[in-house]
Design a protein around this ligand. Structure first.
Ligand code: CTP
Ligand code: MG
Length: 230
C-alpha cells in the first residue's frame, strides 16, 4: 500500500534562537528540511508529499524544492498558529490516498525501514505511531518536591511519523477543532475520539531538531552514517 505524507514545516523555531525558521538552517551544507524531504522523495512507497509552511515563506519553499529537485511535493499549503492547525490544513489538501503519514519537517533522520514497519501496522491494525522506550527515570514533581517515581516500563517517548487511515484522521481533527481541543500530537486527537492507537518501535536517532545543540547531534549522525556506507 502506498501513502501520502503531510509534513508540517510552518513553525517559527523559537527554541532554536536562530532568528528564522530552523528548517532552513544548514546541516552538512544542506537545509534541514531538505534532509527530511529526501527520505520521502527516495521512498518508493511514498506517492506524494503535502508540505505545510508559513504563509510568508510560500515563495521561499517553492524555490527550495525546485532548487533541490524534490519532485513529489504535490502541494504547498499555508499553515496555522499551532502545529495541530498546520497539520489539519495539510490533511484537508490530501486527495485520493487512503493512508496518510504525518511527519515533522524537523525530524530528518527517520529510517525507511521504520516507515515501512509503521505502514504495515496502519494497514493491518489501524492508527500507528513511532515511539521509543523512555531511557531516563521520570518523576512526578510538585513545587520542586518529588511526588512519586513513575513506573518507566510502560512509558514510551513518542515521535513522528504517525500513520492513519484518511477518514480517521480527518474526523479526529474536525472533532478537535469543533471542541477546541488541543492535543500534543496527532494520535492524541484519535485517542480523543475513542479510537485505538498502536506503537511501532523506532530508534533514538530519529531526533527532532529543536535547540542549538541538536544541530551538533545531527551532524554527528550524518557523519556516522557516511562511515557506515564506506
Ligand atoms: N509546525 C507547524 N506549524 C506550527 C508549529 C510547528 O507546521 N504552527 C511544525 C514545525 O515547523 C516542525 C514541527 O511542526 O517541523 C514540530 O514543531 P517544533 O519542533 O515545535 O517546531 P517549531 O514550532 O518551529 O519550534 P519552536 O516550538 O521552538 O518554536
Ligand atoms: Mg513548536
Amino acid at each position: 500500500e502506498k501513502y501520502t505524507v503531510v509534513i508540517p514545516a510552518a513553525g517559527q523555531g523559537k527554541r532554536m534562537k536562530a532568528g528564522k525558521n530552523k528548517q532552513f538552517l544548514l546541516m552538512n551544507q544542506t537545509p534541514l528540511l531538505i534532509h527530511t524531504l529526501r527520505v520521502f522523495e527516495e521512498d518508493i512507497l511514498c506517492n506524494s508529499i503535502i508540505l505545510v509552511c508559513n504563509k510568508k515563506e510560500l515563495d521561499t519553499m517553492h524555490n527550495l524544492i525546485s532548487d533541490y529537485q524534490i519532485s513529489k511535493v504535490e502541494k504547498i499549503v499555508p499553515g496555522g498558529k499551532e502545529r495541530q492547525q498546520s497539520v489539519y490544513e495539510g490533511i484537508k489538501a490530501v486527495k485520493g490516498n487512503p493512508v496518510i503519514l504525518i511527519h515533522d519537517g524537523a525530524r530528518p533522520f527517520i529510517k525507511e525501514a521504520v516507515i515501512h514497519d509503521l505502514l504495515e501496522t496502519v494497514v493491518s491494525r489501524g492508527s500507528a505511531i513511532v515511539a521509543v522506550p523512555v531511557k531516563d527515570t521520570v518523576k512526578q514533581v510538585n513545587n520542586g518536591e518529588v511526588v512519586e517515581t513513575v513506573d518507566r516500563s510502560s512509558l514510551w517517548a513518542v515521535q513522528t511519523p504517525q500513520a492513519f487511515r484518511y477518514e480517521t484522521i480527518i474526523k479526529a481533527h474536525q472533532k478537535a477543532e469543533d471542541d477546541n481541543y488541543l492535543g500534543t500530537d496527532d494520535a492524541s486527537l484519535v485517542e480523543y475520539i475513542g479510537e485505538k492507537v498502536y506503537i511501532v518501535e523506532g530508534d533514538y536517532e530519529n531526533i527532532k531538531i529543536t535547540t542549538p545543540e541538536d544541530l551538533l547531534f545531527g551532524e554527528a549522525i550524518i557523519s556516522s552514517r557516511k562511515g557506515e556506507k564506506k
